[in-house]
Design a binder for this molecule. Structure first.
Ligand code: SF4
Length: 496
């Protein structure tokens, strides 16, 4: 085995990317995989730190040095299993986590060398094992007879479903979209996350016995109480945050071809069979994309929209309009670079004041105003201040609004005693349990935290699943005592 000094000298190599000129003509993943040999070599750059700051910086506390040690030795299955010990979606997180702010941002080889490419190595090894052997099935505990309904088949819902199913509980997942996956399928474009990964995960969960019920909107149509009437012992709420933010400027909700980011991304990225009827049955399900598209916003969703726009019409012009400067942009640097490489033009320190339509009600321009940075806001980011008289026009035929998401309020509005914040986020006693203001309802993910990362949703969901498992076993114990039947001590239970 090579020593620490030799490991420190291995040159950092990132996996190749599709050429920008080519990739705007397809929706395939931009980042290409490592070869097994290169992955092993790159894993050997890790110094296997005892104190592992990378693991501490990971919301899931993945045992990164142990996984990279196994990968460096060519033990791909061992490395994959190590990542899967603490993560339900390691192949997803390896692709879309902001590693530069988490594991890689804490890597000790920096600044003398570039950080170990933890994310790309994690994605590589899970892909390798999935393609060559299939996801390793987890051992399931004996059936407990307890039933859980999970609302939402996104990252939090999938993680809770898996964690409860391995502990022997019957799990049914309800989702409003035509196919399970939530944000992973309907939010993140295929050029960042190959949809086959999501399909494989759903198949794996179905093989574990989890049932998915799609096109089922819990809330006004199907109140939460109906789930209890069907016999579920507990309900988990993981419906995310899909309500698009409003700019409150004229034209944003009246003109044609002005889209909220969710609609733009779903219609722009997915094949018709995955779309809800309302969009699948349109003469052309794809969003408008003939000439100039403007995307408003500066986060990862805005980058997803501008890059989708380039692919929908590589000959069209695409602008990203953001009200602060590049330094304040909240999205990943890597995504911004990808957008620049693909020819997206940025208008920093700019905000629309109105959208202008033609006689047919179609958007034809955005009137914008230049901004300057003023005093820092509550989060320490400098606030944008309009520069009077700096208005100008950008002619366009399509606009996508990517200015943030908040949770839908239909479920709290129709569920007795379920309390939320004034922003609509479900109140939980702590992220350690996910217990809401009702004893029989748990929640985690974006509907608790507001729009956040996949990895933080999975981390909170795993904690909620453990708390739910303990509650379910206590409920079962009580039921057994009442019925005079043998209690849970007669079955083998996972208590992880
Ligand atoms: Fe390896 Fe960097 Fe983590 Fe140390 S901090 S264990 S070098 S990835």
């Amino acid at each position: 085995m090579i020593n620490r000094r030799q490991r420190f000298k291995i040159e950092a190599v990132k996996p190749p990317k599709q050429d920008p000129q080519e990739r705007v003509h397809n929706f395939n993943e931009v980042s290409q995989p490592y070869t097994p040999e290169l992955a092993m070599e790159q894993a050997q750059r890790c110094l296997y730190c005892d104190h592992a700051p990378c693991s501490k910086a990971c919301p899931l506390h993945n045992d990164i040095p142990a996984a990279l040690f196994l990968l460096g030795q060519g033990d791909f299955i061992g490395a994959a299993l190590k990542f899967m010990e603490t993560s339900n979606l390691p192949d997803v997180c390896g692709r879309i986590c902001p590693q530069e702010k988490q594991c890689e941002g804490s890597c000790v080889v920096v600044p003398r060398n570039p950080a170990v490419c933890v994310g790309k190595l994690e994605a590589f090894v899970i892909d390798y094992v999935r393609k060559n052997y299939g996801y390793p099935m987890r051992e399931k505990a004996a059936p407990t007879g307890m039933k859980v309904a999970v609302v939402g088949a996104g990252p939090a819902g999938l993680a809770v479903a898996e964690e409860l199913a391995v502990r022997g509980h019957e799990v049914v997942v309800y989702d409003m979209w035509p196919y399970p996956g939530g944000l992973l399928l309907y939010g993140i474009p295929g050029f960042k996350l190959n949809k086959d990964i999501v399909f494989s995960k759903i198949t794996y969960l179905e093989q574990m016995g989890i049932r998915f019920v799609c096109n089922y909107r819990v809330g006004k149509e199907h109140p939460v109480e109906d789930l209890f009437k069907q016999g579920f012992d507990l309900v988990f709420l993981g419906y995310g945050a899909v309500k698009g933010g409003e700019m409150k400027v004229p034209g944003e909700d009246t003109l044609q071809n002005v889209y909220q980011a969710t609609e733009y991304l779903v219609r722009g990225n997915l094949s018709p069979e995955l779309l809800p009827d309302v969009w699948r049955n349109l003469p052309d399900p794809k969003p408008h994309c003939t000439g100039v598209t403007i995307v408003i916003g500066g986060g990862d969703t805005a980058m997803d929209c501008v890059r989708t726009a380039r692919r929908l019409n590589p000959g069209a012009k695409v602008y990203c309009v953001y009200r602060r400067s590049e330094v304040e942009m909240p999205g990943r640097y890597e995504e911004r670079i990808n957008a620049v490489e693909e020819g997206v033009q940025f208008e920093w320190l700019t905000a629309p004041v109105k959208f202008i339509g033609d006689d047919e009600g179609k958007v034809v321009a955005a009137e914008c105003i230049r901004m300057r940075l003023g005093a820092p806001d509550a989060k320490g980011r400098r606030s944008p201040v309009p520069i009077e008289g700096s208005n100008f026009i950008i002619h366009c035929d399509t606009v996508a609004l990517a200015i943030g998401y908040s949770p839908e309020t239909a479920i709290p509005e129709t569920t007795t005693n379920l309390k939320t914040t004034k922003w609509g986020s479900v109140i939980v006693e702590s992220e350690e349990t996910g217990l809401t203001t009702r004893e029989d309802l748990y929640a985690a993910g974006d509907n608790v935290r507001g729009a956040d990362l996949v990895v933080t949703a999975v981390a909170a969901a795993r904690k909620a699943a453990l708390a739910m498992h303990q509650k379910l076993m206590a409920m079962r114990d009580k039921k057994c005592r009442v019925l005079g039947e043998p209690g849970p001590s007669t079955v083998v239970l996972s208590t992880e």
